[in-house]
Every structure is written in structure tokens, then in C-alpha cells.
Design a protein around this ligand. Structure first.
Ligand SMILES: C[S@@+](CC[C@H](N)C(=O)[O-])C[C@H]1O[C@@H](n2cnc3c(N)ncnc32)[C@H](O)[C@@H]1O
Length: 395
């Protein structure tokens, strides 16, 4: 088992120290970048992944500084992107740069959870195999049907595909369990001497991020020669995140999110056994998806705590309103959410079965009025108002 330092134990045993160090690092970085008094438009991009809404704890006056909209508009996708699908897409420029620099010119490249890169590469007639578990990518990027192969599967299991690519590019959900599992799978999918390129989250995305990064890079260096390009990956701000920022009091803050590119050259198979950490989706639990218009709605499968919960109404906000001010797993009330939309509206419900049957009807194209009709006695007008609010429908 790999562990020159026992990162995982350190994370558990020293949580308070790590939290204090994290706060200090954020304060120092913020102070260094606010030194010239006027916040620069790029401030959020150089904060090493601190969510702009979280920065308000450190500097509440930042809210006023972003009162006017700026930057490019929010891209639209059909179906919309969802936080619970971990869908943060690269900007067009970043996807094209990755194709230019890392897709094999004449050999085979595997794209693992990188549909925008695969799509840009297919447009340039490159030989691409895409692995991604979300079938919605085909509607969003129809050109992907021209890739040599598309595998709709869990990337952590992709190592069993018998492939030996020249290059592989991956961007997993930004959690330690996922990135390690994807790294292990990647090392099976490239030929010895090939290249693996992946997105690594910045050091202040959460208190343990620096330790996690150290661990990931140690594993990467057991696969080949490692090079890091900091802040080189730019991401679009997805609609769900723009809505979370709005709920924090920010109008659109531009394409603020950055990641590092890690390149592993001259790869060899990974011989280490890695700790078996849960993936983010295992921690998030099971959700059923519904497509209503262009919105994706996720309904949580039954939880154990359900019987102990008390409700005044059919749908209730988890935060101050249905507009949820976070996309982060660190938000302490995220676990209460039963329903989560791609426009970051979040609610808990006292009656999951009724909600499921209404969502099924809406997905089938039935109007809200007709979908609610069989439940009129129990839900009344308040229930209809709540459904309109969560779906952002006009009254
Ligand atoms: C963080 S996003 C990265 C997208 C990338 N930045 C791009 O622009 O193409 C993660 C991608 O992996 C996919 N995904 C998430 N979890 C997955 C899993 N366990 N197996 C396969 N694909 C997964 C999502 O559908 C999404 O396309």
C-alpha cells in the first residue's frame, strides 16, 4: 500500500488544524490580491478554488463589488447540466487547447469524462474513444456519434476495456475517491510509454484539498514522469452554479473556475494498491432523474431518517428559499435535499411518492395543472404554488 506519509490518517486526526491552516491560507491569498484595494475582475479565478460565495465569510464587502453583470453569458445545454452529475465543462478555448496539445495526432486517444474535448477532437478527425456515464452528452454534442467508440459506463470500471491508447485525458468529479479510481483505470488504458493528462482541483477548494493533491501527485509519479501546469484549465460557469452564486448575492461573476493540468509521460502500469475510498456519487446516494422541458430534476431515493422529519407543506426549502446558495458537498444542509433541479432549486418533501408521480407525468408532457389534479385534495393551491416555484414557472 502506498503511503510515504499517511495522508488519510492525517486528514482525520488533524481536522481542526487543517481547518485553521486552510482559513489562514485563504485570508493570506485574499489579502495579497486585495492589496490594491479595488478587487480585480479575476479575483475569484486566482483564489485556488474557493467558492465565491464562501469568500463572503472572509470579506462580506465583496458582494457589492460584483453588483454589475460581467463576462460571457451562461452557456445553454439541452438537457441542462446538473450538480449531481458533476458537470463542469471546459471553455471552448480550453477544450481546443487540450486537443491541440495532448490528443494523439495519428494514434488513439481515450477521453474519460471529457465530452467537450472528445467533441472538439472528433471535429478534427482524431481517433477518439469516449467513456462517460451520462447519455445526455449525445444530445448536447451530436458530433460524438462520429467518435470511434462511445462507452456509457462508470469510468472507474473502464480499466477492463481492453484498450492500449497512446494518450488519455480525464476530468473526474473533484473528489479524492474518484480521482484515484480514474487514475488507476487510466493506467490500464494507455500503452507503456503513453501519456495521461488529467484535471487536478486547486488547493483551496476545501480544507483537505492540499493533502489530497499531494497524495494524487504521489500516485501519479508512480505511473510516470509528472508535470503540472497550474490554473491552465478554464471552466464555463454552469447554469446551476450561476444560480447558486445569485442566491449568495452575486450577479454573474464570469468564468472563474480553474483547474491544473497534470501530465504523466512515459507511463507504466500502476503496481500500487490504492485505498478503497468511496466515490462522490456513492456518498451522495441514489437519485432518480427526470427531464422536464430542458430542466433535469433529481429526486432522492428514500432515506432512513425520513420518518423523523416533520413538514408543514408538500415542498419546503432546505435553505432560506428554494434557490440554494451552494453547490458544495460542504454545505451542512445538503443532505436534507430530496429534490434538486438543474437551476439549483432545492426542496425537501413530505410525500416522495406523490412528488415522483407528478414528476413522471410532467416528464411525459402532461401539464402541471393536469398532473396535480389527482392530488388536488391533499396538495391544494399551496402545493401548486410550490411546484411552480421549484420549476420556475410563471403564475
Ligand atoms: C467534472 S465533469 C468534466 C467534464 C470536462 N471538463 C469536459 O469539459 O468535457 C465530469 C464528466 O464525467 C462524467 N462522469 C461523472 N461521473 C462519472 C463516472 N463515475 N463515470 C463516468 N463518467 C462520469 C460526467 O457526465 C461529466 O461529463
Amino acid at each position: 500500500m502506498l503511503m510515504t506519509r499517511n495522508y488519510l490518517d492525517e486528514m482525520l486526526l488533524q481536522a481542526d488544524i487543517i481547518d485553521a491552516q486552510y482559513r489562514k491560507a485563504v485570508e493570506q491569498l485574499l489579502a495579497a490580491n486585495m492589496a490594491d484595494s479595488e478587487p480585480r475582475s479575476s479575483l475569484f479565478s486566482i483564489m485556488k478554488g474557493v467558492f465565491p460565495g464562501d469568500l463572503l465569510q472572509y470579506k462580506p464587502e465583496l458582494k457589492g463589488a460584483w453588483a454589475t453583470p460581467q463576462g460571457p453569458s451562461i452557456p445553454t445545454y439541452y438537457p441542462e447540466l446538473h450538480a449531481l452529475n458533476y458537470e463542469w465543462y471546459f471553455t471552448t478555448q480550453t477544450a481546443e487547447n487540450l486537443v491541440q496539445e495532448f490528443v494523439s495526432p495519428h494514434g488513439l486517444t481515450v477521453c474519460l469524462g471529457t465530452p467537450t474535448v472528445a467533441s472538439a477532437a472528433v471535429r478534427k478527425d482524431k481517433n477518439i474513444i469516449l467513456v462517460d456515464q451520462n447519455p445526455a452528452i449525445l444530445a448536447r454534442f451530436p458530433g460524438l456519434s462520429w467518435s470511434s467508440e462511445l462507452h456509457l459506463m462508470n469510468a472507474a470500471d473502464a480499466g477492463r476495456l481492453s484498450l492500449k491508447a497512446d494518450a488519455l485525458i480525464f476530468d473526474s468529479p473533484w473528489y479524492l475517491g474518484d480521482i484515484l479510481a480514474w487514475l488507476a483505470a487510466s493506467s490500464c488504458l494507455v500503452r507503456p510509454g503513453g501519456t495521461i493528462v488529467f484535471a487536478l482541483y486547486p488547493s483551496l477548494i476545501r480544507p483537505t484539498a492540499q493533502l489530497e493533491r499531494d497524495f494524487v501527485l504521489e500516485v501519479a509519479s508512480a505511473i510516470g514522469d509528472v508535470k503540472i501546469m497550474e490554473d491552465s484549465l478554464a471552466y464555463e460557469t454552469p447554469l446551476f452554479e450561476a444560480e447558486a452564486l445569485k442566491a449568495c448575492g452575486f450577479s454573474f461573476v464570469g468564468e472563474w473556475r480553474r483547474g491544473d493540468t497534470v501530465v504523466i509521460q512515459d507511463t507504466r502500469p500502476l503496481k500500487l494498491s490504492l485505498p478503497n475510498l468511496p466515490s462522490r456519487s456513492e456518498v451522495d446516494g441514489q437519485w432518480e432523474s427526470f427531464l422536464i422541458g430542458s430542466q433535469v430534476l433529481k429526486l432522492r431515493a428514500k432515506t432512513q431518517q425520513e420518518s423523523t422529519r416533520h413538514f408543514q407543506s408538500f415542498l419546503e426549502p432546505v435553505g432560506e428559499s428554494f434557490a440554494f446558495a451552494s453547490v458544495s458537498v460542504r454545505h451542512d444542509r445538503r443532505n436534507e435535499a430530496d429534490l434538486w433541479t438543474s437551476r439549483n432549486r432545492v426542496a425537501k418533501t413530505r410525500d416522495r411518492n406523490t412528488l415522483r408521480s407528478i414528476l413522471r407525468q410532467l416528464q411525459a408532457g402532461v401539464t402541471l395543472h393536469d398532473a396535480l389534479a389527482p392530488h388536488a385534495n391533499t396538495l391544494g393551491l399551496a402545493g401548486e404554488d410550490q411546484m411552480r416555484a421549484i420549476l420556475l414557472l410563471e403564475n
